[in-house]
Ligand binder design. Sequence first.
Ligand code: HEC
Length: 171
Amino acid sequence: MKTSIYATLAAITLALPAAAQGAGDPAKGEKEFRKCKACHMIQAPDGTDVVKGGKTGPNLYGVVGRKAGTEEGFKYSDALIKLGEAGEVWTTEDLEHYITNPNKYVEEKVGDKSLKTKMTFKLAKNQADVVAFLAQHSPEAVPADTAPAPADAASGDAAAAAPTAEAPAAN
Ligand code: HEC
């Protein structure tokens, strides 16, 4: 049923140009994440395990809205570091492309064929579901209708300078 995969992908891409968020089904994505967890955990900063997983790849908690290749303590390939340096901040849309073919994605973004990622896995279908699941566990990935008001961050220089991975301003 290869054609239906491509048809689905095409439909996703065409139907949701701007609002990639919400495209996938996070519940399905949670099941699909079984394919990822051999290498990736999803663990909140307070140590709560959303999904227990391996350490071959970086912790994917908060990956939506995070700069590529910047999870603390993980030793990334040059490919992912270059990708981050090129300005990649993971969006749901970009993640769907990345997990479909990591090396191709980096090559296209950075323009260097010699760069190889350490992620040897490619997800051929249900990318949007997995990414929707990741977005659910990404505090930085604010849904469009509650997009952060710039006023929040403007309340003080300290807030603006604080590392973004941690607490949203609203505690
Ligand atoms: C065989 C192990 C393996 C599997 C399976 C795997 N990954 Fe990865 N993944 C990695 C490694 C290793 C890296 C780091 C890549 C690098 O440094 O080049 C990575 C990097 C990533 C990144 C970039 C994170 C960042 O901090 O920039 C994302 C996103 C990601 N993987 C998502 C997934 C998803 C979603 C799945 C399941 C569909 C998956 N991976 C399956 C090993 C894996």
